[in-house]
Ligand binder design. Structure first.
Ligand SMILES: [Zn+2]
Ligand SMILES: [Zn+2]
Length: 477
């Protein structure tokens, strides 16, 4: 642990580079697979810091690897920088006010995610240089986490095959080591093709693709009763066949998202929905084409990495916030809906019992302490493409508090707080925790062996069930 204060100094020397990177990428707010300026900004910083940078990987133009050192072990840190559609919002403003009407915004904080990784790998490199430490360190610039699962393509193409330990991060409202458990998820298009005709004068000549979509959804909704309760299936019409009721719709399309705790369970849902789609096509005498465009594997956390994350979070917390920062946080905490506040109160009570402390924490606009999540507890019902990486090497996600307590993900209030000094502090805390954790693994083959053993144990004999079809390419769909 003696390296912790040196890592903090090294980070402190260069912190402006990374808080600037955080803010620059926030401004670009580019969506999946179009993060050209955001990826270039990261590459520019990495090159200036002396990393070997390779851009364009696995068919993803906006992916990159920044590498330093040589030989074993290989320690990876992950970065992301994609924004979300419809979440454009002016910084620091407590009412909904987009920068660009209908534009993209960093409503999941991936500007901070990328900057934290870049800061961590730079501090790690500086520390390795000072101490002549052997090994390879790699920063993976990963595009399109949102709605495309960009990492699954990088994993499929073998880019993580030689990695010993992988450290990941997500900005959050709390400081914790993530216990994994995000759901596996497939995205699949069902495109129906029929025959158009005059709906009144020649209905018998028409074969409706819209009918097929509706029958497919009815089939799916009957299937719900007979699937595991943890599974989730959602659909959207991406083509309803036009707006004219007097034309039999000959083209229509659905996009399905199907989720379950493991990839194997999602594959089972996929197979059942394929039968339902084909059944709908048969009933309507239409044709269906099925195209899977993305997949996320479930995340397997690593107890050995998490133990190191928690040790460093404990060391560095609590952070110092100024009165202005507390005022800023209170302003955003005031926007949190009552249902979310009640859920925070329940969590605080679980942690501190029915005490004054629990009340104080529940009403605090920032949770400025380590939240120890029980080992084996599962995460939310979302999906994360870090999951794919976690199937091929020991991986874990650390989270740090960057926003007012209770701030909703994928919401304009998160975009609004993405350039604040509170967010910068959370980002630098994550960088310190990841860099310190990486030093532990770089200098201890035993620790790597323990993490590997824990990983194999959690896999329980399974190997990566590559969820992407061989012909599936990274694309904007
Ligand atoms: Zn997200
Ligand atoms: Zn995210």
């Amino acid at each position: 642990m003696e390296h912790a204060s040196r890592i903090q100094q090294l980070l402190d020397n260069k912190k402006k580079i990374f808080t600037d990177l955080n803010d620059e990428v926030w401004e670009y707010a580019e969506p999946r697979f179009a993060e050209y300026k955001s990826a270039a900004a990261h590459c520019r910083v990495m090159e200036a810091q002396g990393f070997r940078v390779k851009q364009g990987l696995a068919g993803e133009e906006t992916a990159f690897i920044a590498e330093y050192g040589s030989g074993k072990p290989v320690i990876a840190i992950l970065g992301e920088y994609d924004a979300l559609a419809g979440l454009s919002q002016q910084a620091d403003i407590t009412e909904e006010m987009p920068v660009v009407e209908g534009g993209q915004g960093h409503g999941c904080g991936h500007n901070t995610l990328g900057a934290a990784g870049a800061a961590a790998i730079t501090a790690l490199k500086d520390y390795m240089e000072e101490n002549n430490l052997p090994g390879t360190i790699r920063f993976y610039g990963c595009p399109a986490e949102e709605n495309a699962g960009g990492k699954a393509f990088l994993v499929r193409d073998g880019l993580f095959n030689d990695v010993d330990i992988c450290l990941a991060y997500h900005p959050s409202n709390m400081n914790l080591a993530d216990q994994g458990g995000s759901l596996a998820n497939f995205r699949v298009f069902y495109t129906f093709k029929g025959t158009s005709s005059h709906a009144a004068s020649a209905p018998h000549m028409g074969r409706s693709a819209l009918d097929a979509c509706e029958l497919m959804n009815v089939g799916c909704n009957y299937m719900r009763e007979h699937m595991i309760p943890e599974a989730r299936v959602h659909y959207a019409y991406t083509n309803v066949g036009g707006t004219a009721p007097n034309v039999v719709q000959c083209d229509a399309q659905l996009l399905y998202a199907m989720r379950a705790p493991t990839v194997t369970q999602v594959k089972e849902l996929y197979d059942r929905l394929e039968k339902i789609a084909k059944g709908a096509a048969m009933m309507t005498e239409t044709e269906v084409t099925i195209r899977q465009v993305a997949a996320y594997a479930n995340t397997i956390a690593n107890d050995v990495i998490n133990e190191r994350y928690e040790a460093y979070l404990e060391k560095f917390l609590p952070l110092d916030y100024t009165e202005e920062e507390m005022e800023y946080l209170r302003k955003f905490y005031a926007l949190v809906p009552d249902t979310a506040k009640r859920s925070l109160a329940r969590t605080a009570e679980k942690l501190f019992g029915r005490t004054e402390k629990a009340k104080e924490v529940a009403n605090s606009p920032i949770w400025n302490f380590l939240y120890r999540t029980p080992v084996g507890s599962t995460g939310g019902k979302g999906s994360n493409d870090v999951g794919d990486v976690s199937w091929v090497c020991p991986t874990s996600i650390v989270r740090t508090a960057c926003y007012a307590s209770g701030t909703t993900g994928h919401h304009w209030t998160k975009t609004a707080q993405g350039k604040s000094s509170v967010c910068h502090k959370g980002m630098l805390l994550a960088a310190a925790v990841m860099a310190c954790t990486a030093v532990d693994f770089l200098t201890s083959p035993e620790l790597i062996a323990q993490a590997r053993e824990n990983w194999l144990d959690r896999l329980g004999g399974e190997t990566y069930p590559n969820p992407l079809p061989a012909d599936c390419k990274p694309e904007i769909w």
